[in-house]
Design a protein around this ligand. Structure first.
Ligand code: GTP
Length: 598
């Protein structure tokens, strides 16, 4: 196909600002999908994605658009995931494009992911076409929001398009601007072949489907290829593009976007960000920017019913086929039994995996407190990575502990600046700047330990700002902190599942909290049961479950209502299941209460 008539673009937007709806409208207007066949939000294909209303996997659709200049353009719409955990995937998807539609809800304004994705797009050198969406809403404030967008990208507010993905208003103009302003892909058709893998997924029958953007040369069916970073080799079994149905072709050439299937069955062999080349005539240099994504957040997952262990392992194996970022290894806990220590990109990723395990694989799971990956220098100079608080070396052997830090960007109405600063201070945050987007809206920067975010930062942020704040963050790297492992002891025996790594300044408060909660949940025994929180041999908090008298009733807890109800139901069942910790029988619900209800 004629390279000068190709346009590759993404839609970038904050969650719920209307990306999928606009994509649907574009497919409809270009007659890619007949209106009557139009499924709502065609691009969000997974069930969970639909239910949660967030986009997890990127996809790529080819459409043809006959522009006012009489030419028919071949547009590739590359969908990007819209959440902070998937920044690397977003950046790869954007690297497959020359332009992006920047969609902002005209009734809401610029939010954290709008800013984060705009920066990624600018970094990738994309031509941005700003659009104010949902202009049909009575609450739309195009002038105010145009001001914010103009401030963000340094463009004249007059030039910002005013559209509605719902009614279709202005969408044709979007396509016109797209073909006019976004440059056609560069790249040399006669050079050795190179393609960027910007996403991949596992198909039960066909193996890994790699989503590719051909940068140079031509990829043909039957040819042998190599992935330059991982070294994986295979022959191209099938190559084609999405309409959104898979449409096989003989070849894809420089500038084109599509899929490639090789029979490789393992997503970790065709990784997002890797460069494919032809084995017989390989390119000299891989495309820039490849990086192996590393899990940052860890938690132990244990089947509530021990008989489910084998099914759980199967489920993790199946999920991993589709998710190169999911890590897991067996973990045994005295208190919780056999399970797996799982690693995730972030909190949302963790929630998604857990929900899929419970829903698609019908497992009931108990999760330990999420923690981050620490780097520890021992007194003998050795450096170890610790993914599980209970693996933290003996304090006497530790020289320094480093923890991951992030730079958080919070967008919020100015009246909430005070409460958010307070929250960030409580979480060991360091103020890193503040910036007015408009007279009303502020962007606040804080450097925070990731460990402080994984607990309930997001919930706290939402509730303290009545949902008006949005959050995005990027990793800064590791920093030394004054950390220590806090153990919980029941009648003198440590409960491995409850160990945490905490900042020493907070150890007392956290310890008191934990011991208090446990006291309320542990039934009385024939004898007094001491519950202690300790750092090494130093006891920082202590409670006692007095010997038999009367039963204690459960307290109310904060947090999300539906999740809480589900957990409470589960607790009821958990009451029947007892775990042995030393001499003490502990109902499983006690662990659930401490681990999950915060
Ligand atoms: P993520 O997949 O979470 O990133 O969301 P999204 O940006 O794809 O948003 P989506 O298209 O799912 O739209 C979010 C909500 O806004 C849905 O309820 C849409 O029906 C609604 N919506 C989208 N565009 C418009 C619009 O132009 N006008 C109005 N009134 N509602 C819209």
């Amino acid at each position: 196909s004629d390279q000068s008539l190709i346009r590759n673009f993404s839609i970038i937007a904050h969650i719920d600002h209307g990306k999928s709806t606009l994509a649907d409208r574009i497919l409809e207007m270009t007659q890619t999908v007949a209106s009557r066949d139009m499924r709502e939000q065609l691009l969000d294909s997974m069930e969970l994605e639909r239910e949660r209303g967030i986009t997890i996997k990127s996809q790529a659709v080819r459409v043809f658009y006959e522009a006012k200049d009489g030419q028919t353009y071949q547009l590739h719409l590359i969908d990007t995931p819209g959440h902070v955990d998937f920044t690397y995937e977003v950046s790869r998807s954007l690297n497959a494009c020359e332009g992006a539609l920047l969609v902002v809800d005209a009734s809401q304004g610029v939010e954290a992911q709008t800013v984060a994705n705009t920066y990624l797009a600018v970094e990738a050198g994309l031509e941005l076409i700003p659009c104010l969406n949902k202009i049909d809403l009575p609450g739309a404030e195009p002038e105010r929001v145009a001001g914010e967008v103009a401030e963000l990208i340094g463009e004249d507010p007059e030039s910002i398009l005013i559209i509605s993905g719902k009614t279709g208003q202005g969408v044709r103009e979007v396509l016109e601007q797209l073909v006019e302003r976004v440059p056609p892909p560069g790249g040399d058709r006669s050079a050795p072949a190179r393609a960027l893998i910007f996403d991949s997924e596992f198909d039960q029958y066909r193996g890994v489907v790699a989503y590719i953007r051909v940068v140079d040369g031509v990829f043909r069916k039957g040819e042998p290829i190599v992935a330059m970073a991982t070294g994986s080799e295979a022959d191209i079994d099938d190559i084609g593009f999405f309409t959104p149905a898979m449409t096989p072709v003989q070849e894809l050439s420089a500038g084109e976007v599509g899929y490639l299937i090789t029979g490789i069955k393992d997503v970790t062999k065709l990784r997002v960000g890797d460069t494919l080349t032809n084995k017989r005539r390989p390119a000299e240099e891989a495309l820039p920017g490849y990086r192996e994504v590393k899990p940052m957040v860890f938690c132990g997952l244990f089947p509530i019913n021990n008989d489910d262990y084998a099914d759980f392992r199967d489920a993790l194996e199946k999920l991993s086929l589709n998710d190169a970022a999911l890590a897991w290894e067996p973990e045994t806990s005295d208190a919780l039994g056999f399970g797996f220590r799982c690693g995730f990109l972030g909190l949302l990723h963790m929630d998604i995996v857990r929900e899929r395990l419970e829903r698609e694989y019908d497992l009931e799971l108990m999760a330990t407190m999420p923690s981050v990956s620490f780097e520890v220098t021992l007194t003998n100079g050795e450096i170890v990575e610790v993914h599980n608080p209970s693996d933290m070396p003996d304090p006497a052997r530790i020289q320094e502990i480093r923890e991951p830090y992030i730079r958080a960007s919070v967008l919020l109405p100015k009246e909430y600046v005070g409460v958010v600063m307070e929250l960030c201070q409580e979480r060991r945050g360091e103020h890193a700047g503040m910036h007015y987007l408009s007279a009303e809206r502020v962007q606040l920067h804080y450097d925070l330990p990731l460990a402080e975010i994984v607990l309930d930062f997001f919930d706290q942020l939402k509730s303290r700002t009545r949902g008006y704040a949005s959050l995005d963050y990027e990793l800064l790297g590791l920093r030394p902190s004054n950390l220590a492992k806090l153990d919980v002891l029941l009648a003198g025996d440590p409960v491995d599942a409850l160990s945490m790594v905490v900042h020493k300044d907070k150890a007392y408060e956290i310890g008191r909290n934990l011991t208090e909660k446990l006291r309320k949940k542990i039934p009385r025994q024939q004898f007094d049961v001491p519950i202690q929180a300790a750092i090494g041999s130093a006891i920082v908090a202590r409670e006692t479950v007095k010997a038999y008298r009367k039963d204690v009733t459960a307290k109310c807890y904060g947090g999300d209502i539906s999740r809480k109800r589900k957990l409470l139901e589960r607790q009821k069942e958990g009451k029947k299941r007892m775990k042995q910790v030393g001499r003490i029988e502990v109902p499983q619900e006690a662990f659930l209460a401490v681990l999950e209800l915060g």
